[in-house]
Design a binder for this molecule. Structure first.
Ligand code: SAM
Ligand code: DTB
Ligand code: SF4
Length: 330
């Protein structure tokens, strides 16, 4: 891990020259802090680097839904899981443009297009590029999440003007194989490297609430914080349990443990946008408020994620008003 060395404000910066095991222990120790101490530390870091009341808004759209050949245990779009998700062909550019216009009108600053692919074919990419160009014309930042990319594909997306590419590592390496068997951790790292080398901004995070231990949550954040440079955007998803997926029915994570995860992410990645991502419908307003205090400063905004629900725009606007939060650009 190199990034912590360059992180002057990290409270665990002193361990930067020690080995990875010691770093991991230091991260686990953050998780063990009394809740108030952890939140105070995270909020202090947050204020040093960001407007503490600003939150960036990203809207998601599934541009190609379902029928994915991968076996990700959490995902309703895998062809291997008997879920209610209806497969659909890639959307038209016009349908994407309309959705992006609605997102902009509602106040989003970034529009993220997701496709249920293992990896896009070059001809798929051409269609996505047409969408990126249209969305950009509306004055929105663009993000895409299309699965694994080869270096030339990342370069093509960059040349088309794409701002961010989302590709999550999802879990600690030691837990990964329990959740996904059809591709390995290194595949993810290779795509992230291709994205970074192409000059795209990196959006990379993970999911908690999949039955992992606290030490594994520390491991996930350790890996994310070790990416060099650190991801500009870090989505922390709380598992949305979908009937038919292998993870449906698993014991739910204590919301305070989710808030701790946000806080540790903020401390380890002080310059990154930490996004309160999937799972917001399961969190009370009070828990979300604590997430913002702990350092979350981005959300998925709009009534739908990819295939599952998200809080309504009006509800979020009310929550922002009650908390004195404002929308902020990247
Ligand atoms: N197919 C592409 C891929 O896997 O990279 C892009 C879309 S995929 C749905 C994007 C991310 O959504 C996954 O990496 C995972 O982190 C998140 N995700 C999927 N299903 C989820 C669920 N049920 N709960 C929380 N997050 C989920
Ligand atoms: C991310 O980290 N979370 C988003 C986005 N990146 C693509 C997706 C969440 C999906 C939740 C399940 C669904 O709606 O299908
Ligand atoms: Fe496919 Fe992505 Fe879902 Fe995995 S997370 S099954 S790769 S759509």
């Amino acid at each position: 891990m190199t990034q912590l060395v360059d992180n002057p404000v990290s409270s665990i910066g002193h361990v930067a020259s020690q080995n990875k095991i010691q770093e991991r222990l230091a991260i686990e120790a953050l998780f063990e802090l009394p809740f108030n101490d952890l939140l105070f530390q995270a909020h202090t870091v947050h204020r040093q680097h960001f407007d503490a009341n600003g939150v960036q808004l990203s809207t998601l759209l599934s541009i190609k839904t379902g029928g994915c050949p991968e076996d990700c245990g959490y995902c309703p779009q895998s062809i291997r899981h008997p879920t209610q998700v209806a497969n659909s062909a890639i959307l038209s550019v016009e349908a994407v443009r309309e959705a992006a216009q609605r997102a902009k009108n509602a106040g989003a600053s970034r529009f993220c297009m997701g496709a249920a692919w293992r990896s896009p074919k070059d001809k798929d990419l051409d269609q996505v590029i047409d969408m990126i160009i249209e969305v950009q014309r509306l004055g929105l930042e663009t993000c895409a999440t299309l699965g694994m990319l080869k270096p030339h594909q990342a370069e093509k997306l960059k040349a088309a003007g794409l701002d961010y590419y989302n590709h999550n590592i999802d879990s600690a390496p030691e837990f990964y194989e329990e959740i996904i068997k059809t591709r390995d951790y290194q595949d993810r790292i290779d795509t992230l490297q291709a994205v970074r080398h192409a000059g795209l901004h990196v959006c990379c995070g993970g999911i908690v609430g999949m039955g992992e231990t606290r030490a594994m949550r520390a491991g996930l954040l350790h890996e994310l914080a070790s990416l060099t440079p650190q991801p500009e955007s870090v989505p922390i998803n709380l598992l949305v349990q979908v009937e038919g997926t292998p993870l449906h029915g698993i014991e739910e994570l204590d919301p305070f443990e989710f808030i701790r995860t946000i806080a540790v992410a903020r401390i380890l990645m002080p310059h990154s946008r930490v996004r309160l991502s999937a799972g917001r419908e399961q969190l009370s307003d009070a828990h979300q408020a604590l997430c913002f205090f702990a350092g979350a400063n981005s959300i998925f905004y709009g009534e739908k994620l990819l295939t599952t629900g998200n809080p309504d725009v009006l509800r979020d606007q009310e929550l922002f008003a009650r908390l004195g939060l404002h929308a902020e650009n990247a």
